[in-house]
Design a protein around this ligand. Sequence first.
Ligand SMILES: Cc1cc2nc3c(=O)[nH]c(=O)nc-3n(C[C@H](O)[C@H](O)[C@H](O)COP(=O)(O)OP(=O)(O)OC[C@H]3O[C@@H](n4cnc5c(N)ncnc54)[C@H](O)[C@@H]3O)c2cc1C
Length: 268
Amino acid sequence: MYTFDYQRPDEAQAAVAALSANGDAKFLAGGQSLLPTMRLRLAQPSALVDVTRIASMKTITLDGGKLTIGGAMCHAQVASNADVKRALPGLADLASRIGDRQVRERGTIGGSLANDDPAACYPAAVLALNATIVTDRRRIAADDFFIGMYETALEPDELITAVEFPLTERAGYEKFRNPASHFALVGVFVAKLADGVRVGVTGAAPSVFRPKELEAALSKDFSVASARSVTISADDLNDDMHASAEYRAHLIPVLAGRAIERAMSFSA
Ligand SMILES: Cc1cc2nc3c(=O)[nH]c(=O)nc-3n(C[C@H](O)[C@H](O)[C@H](O)COP(=O)(O)OP(=O)(O)OC[C@H]3O[C@@H](n4cnc5c(N)ncnc54)[C@H](O)[C@@H]3O)c2cc1C
């Protein structure tokens, strides 16, 4: 490591002001992605602005048909929260299977979304559930948030303060996990909304995406058989030492079927 300044503001606006004043600074959440990157010298911020003590980013509220999760809530808190478990059990279930216990105690929903790792779990849920990313200055629809590999619509000094999830009839997630990290080799989140089914796929491509052919089939028939009847093209999918593009394409409908089974297992 090398030396850097460390600040721990109590207010979101103070955190943003600290970053705006120093173009070389970065927000720090649980450090689960940022600190390894710094150790490898892939990032060398001159200052870290810790956002984990900002009280307004550490709440979960269930109100008016939507669930709002503060940007600094760690995965373990999301997984164990009674409102999340009742209103969106598929999301609590996803959070409970991120990484290991240590990662879940430190990693945050805001950090995960800002980092936008192509194999991260939350982006699939945020996209499928048609969530809204709330920042210190605007509201960003999930469809407009994920731009590419590790790339989002966020400005460099823009802080994710919360994520709003509309409630759904049924939602579930399944991943074929990397046995070492538990990141998704492929992960599929299915959500049955009032106006149709949305699906978010992570791990399979440079960035999370919605497979339209799967969404169309599941909107007509929300069943395992319907998911399994869809063929996904391997074009543009990741092909690496972990799995070929063809294997990832094969996994998407299989995991969608298992995600439906999980969704159906939660009491409505
Ligand atoms: C061993 C291991 C296993 C893992 N397994 C999984 C897994 O199975 N599934 C999965 O989805 N993830 C997994 N992760 C990722 C982990 O869960 C974290 O979500 C992710 O690393 C982000 O960490 P963090 O919240 O600590 O953010 P940090 O590392 O502190 O920050 C990450 C980036 O986001 C920025 N940032 C942080 N908070 C905000 C904010 N509120 N607004 C704007 N920008 C912000 C930072 O400046 C930085 O650029 C794993 C990580 C590790 C180390």
